[in-house]
Design a protein around this ligand. Structure first.
Ligand code: ADP
Ligand code: MG
Length: 310
């Protein structure tokens, strides 16, 4: 059976808009489950997912309760989102597979991802996390605590954290065994818990890892046959959002690199997906797909999405 890594974008987990309730998330995840089950019937599957809105909500809660409970560091918060999202997804997919008469073999794994302590990202934090900071005094207090702040285009500031490149999935071997035993594994949620190697020990760091790049590293470690980056658009477009916009159904690594350089894929949205696809395809000679979550099955059959080829 084909081995797939599928990275789920935020829209598979939360409805568009500002939904902050777990009911909304439960409903959305239940809507995504049949598609995942469709794929799981024909492939060995590892599912990764984003955690942007969820970690944002946790940071809001942390700020609100700061006087009562010591704020957890960011690595712990990422682990918390792996558990909450993984749990909801695991249950929804389990229910769907059970309904179809298949044994429910779905697990979520807390996953650590190694980054380089000397990654240049640590000197230049660029990833905004958490709520907007609106008062000068608060901004001053946060800076005194060592936070890096960046201006929020909607006004005020936001905390900026490093987004170092993922190097290695600590639990890759465990995931591989589970997949071989027929488990659908949910792993590397939110890009994984960022850790550095400190001598022989692992230590969590205050950073976040891009989930698309981490998914590529995981797909390589698992020797996956294909990497799928599922999101809320049909695939990749050139001149996105402009009148001359043109959908791309197939591009070589060489073309992808050129379009990236020409600025068609912004950092923070389509950029990391194309980067991840390039990493996987260039290293394996296999295929990566960027597609709408709702069109996963068609995309895997070659009838939808953008296919990145050697
Ligand atoms: P996810 O949660 O799936 O990672 P992102 O918002 O990070 O979603 O990335 C998907 C978004 O990238 C799309 O909703 C789209 O608005 C944006 N995007 C930017 N450039 C392009 C492009 N060239 N082609 C297609 N989508 C693009
Ligand atoms: Mg994204």
């Amino acid at each position: 059976m084909e081995r797939l890594v599928i990275a789920l974008g935020g829209n598979a987990l939360l409805p568009p808009g500002k939904a902050r309730s777990f009911d909304a998330m439960r409903i959305r995840v239940a809507q995504s489950a049949p598609t995942i089950a469709d794929v799981a019937e024909h492939a060995r599957l590892v599912v990764t997912h984003g955690n942007g809105p969820q970690v944002g909500n946790l940071l809001l809660q942390v700020e609100a309760a700061r006087a009562q409970v010591a704020p957890p560091p960011l690595d712990v918060l990422v682990a918390q989102t792996q558990a909450q999202i993984g749990y909801l997804l695991q249950q929804a997919v389990q229910n769907e597979l059970t309904r179809r008469g298949h044994p429910d073999r779905v697990v979520t794994l807390v996953t650590q991802v190694v980054v380089d302590a000397d990654d240049p990202a640590f000197d230049d934090p660029t990833k905004p996390v958490g709520p907007s900071i609106t008062s000068e005094t608060e901004a001053m207090l946060k800076r005194a605590k060592g936070w890096r702040l960046m201006t929020d285009p909607r006004g005020g500031w936001r905390r900026a954290v490093p987004s170092p490149r993922p190097l290695e999935i600590v639990e890759a071997e465990a995931i591989r065994h589970l997949v071989e035993q027929g488990f659908l594994v949910i792993a590397a949620g939110g890009g994984g818990v960022p850790v550095v190697r400190d001598g022989g020990r692992l230590r969590g760091v205050e950073a976040v890892i891009d989930k698309d790049l981490a998914s590529a590293v995981l797909a390589l470690a698992l020797r996956a046959d294909r990497l799928v980056l599922a999101t809320d658009v049909e695939g990749v477009a050139l001149h996105y959002g402009k009148p001359e916009q043109r959908f791309v159904d197939r591009m070589t690594v060489e073309h992808a690199r050129r379009y990236l350089k020409e600025g068609h894929f912004p950092p923070g949205s389509m950029g990391p997906k194309v980067d991840a696809a390039i990493d996987f395809v260039a290293a394996t000679g296999k295929e990566a797909i960027i597609t709408d979550t709702g069109k996963l099955v068609a995309a895997l059959a070659g009838n939808a999405g953008t296919h990145v080829v050697p």
